[in-house]
Design a protein around this ligand. Structure first.
Ligand code: TYM
Length: 340
């Protein structure tokens, strides 16, 4: 199918330090699988990262590191558009416009805002509050049909849809109304290994709580062995009463592409030790090749920059086409930037 007949996919991750296994299983693994069927756009969302204070030198490294991880996981610049958000100014521009179509009450309800303002009490900046309008701009700029994300982004996606419908209704149908694509399996919300009622997050204080994409195999085995389970001693899938075991089963399923049914067949009548070790081994089997490719790709900064510039040029062209329609709908003078 030619790009013109394919539906558009947009997604992104923040360059705020190493990705976790949650980011990988909940998002990146699915992105890689969509590249043939969809016209895919994947972004390193550095403007979003600014909502928490960043050290400039570290931010630069984090941006290139994340781009290298994208490529190492299998995102392919020959198939997909891969770029850094700040290199396409239309994102910030549309975010402003969309913020005037978003109610304070809607933003106040966002659980991510509530969580982050608790964690960064001395920096509850306006960007943290309006973050979802930037995310809506990212998505709506590209006529996006599908947005593959983990379950934690569902609320932001609902707001994006509401804003698109509101804008279209006020003027004319300018924006495609996107659908979230969230796995219906446990990989949509990989849990913390120490507190399995919480999602696995980069910001967890304990190292044992999170598996990082670039963790050494030995460290991964250790983290899984120390994963919190329960005292029932039976391997069943019960998210409420055995969240640790359910999480390990979900991870094993996602890492081996097996169903829960197969997992329960495979592990029932076994002890937790086997589930922990086999989950760790399955994770190592997918992460070790990613880590090897990452080392190679991240050693060539020039090539990475070339790929990202090429992506930004392609993205900018498409974003500009949308901005022409947006300013026209709003009744503003035409854009002065050159259209190809
Ligand atoms: P971010 O950077 O927090 O996470 C990137 C992706 O990883 C998913 N994810 C998880 N999935 C399953 N289990 C987990 N424990 C887990 N932790 C993270 C996230 O759901 C996400 O899909 N706001 C977004 C970035 C963004 C974006 C966008 C995404 C900005 N603009 C436009 C899609 C479309 C974020 O902070 O993701």
């Amino acid at each position: 199918m030619s790009a013109a007949n394919k539906q558009t996919v947009f997604s992104g991750a923040q360059p705020t330090g190493q990705l976790t296994l949650g980011n990988y299983l909940g998002a990146l693994k699915n992105w890689v699988a969509m590249q043939d069927e969809y016209d895919c756009i994947f972004c390193v969302v550095d403007l979003h990262a600014l909502t928490v204070r960043q050290d400039p030198k570290a931010l630069t490294e984090q941006i290139y590191d994340l781009a290298a991880v994208y490529l190492a996981c299998g995102l392919d610049p020959d198939k997909s558009t891969i770029f850094v958000q700040s290199q396409v100014p239309a994102h910030a521009e549309l975010a402003w416009i969309l913020s005037t179509f978003t109610q304070m009450g809607e933003l106040e309800r966002m659980t991510q805002f509530k969580d982050k303002s608790l964690r960064h009490r001395n920096n509850i900046n306006a960007g943290l509050f309006t973050y979802p309008t930037l995310m809506a701009a990212d998505i709506l700029l590209y006529n996006t049909h599908k947005v593959p994300v983990g379950a934690d982004q569902k609320q932001h996606l609902e707001l994006t849809r509401d804003v698109a419908v509101r804008f279209n209704g006020a003027f004319k149908p300018v924006f495609e109304v996107p659908d979230p694509l969230i796995a219906t399996t446990g990989s949509a919300r990989v849990k913390d290994l120490q507190e399995p009622n919480k999602k696995m997050s980069k910001s967890a204080e304990s190292d044992l709580a999170k598996v990082m994409l670039l963790d050494e195999p030995k460290a991964i085995i250790k983290k899984f062995k120390k994963a919190v389970t329960d005292s029932k001693g039976v391997i069943e899938y019960d998210e409420e009463n055995q969240p640790g075991v359910a999480n390990l089963l979900n991870i094993w399923c996602a890492a081996t592409n097996n169903t829960l049914h197969t997992a329960l067949d495979h592990f029932s009548h076994n002890m937790y030790g086997k589930l922990k070790v086999e989950s760790a081994e399955a994770v190592n089997a997918i992460l070790t090749p990613v880590q090897e490719r990452y080392k190679e790709i991240s050693s060539d900064r020039g090539e990475l920059q070339r790929i990202l510039s090429q992506g930004a040029i392609a993205a900018e062209q498409r974003a500009e086409e949308m901005m022409v329609k947006v300013v026209d709908a709003l009744g503003m003078p035409p854009r002065l930037r050159k259209q190809k």
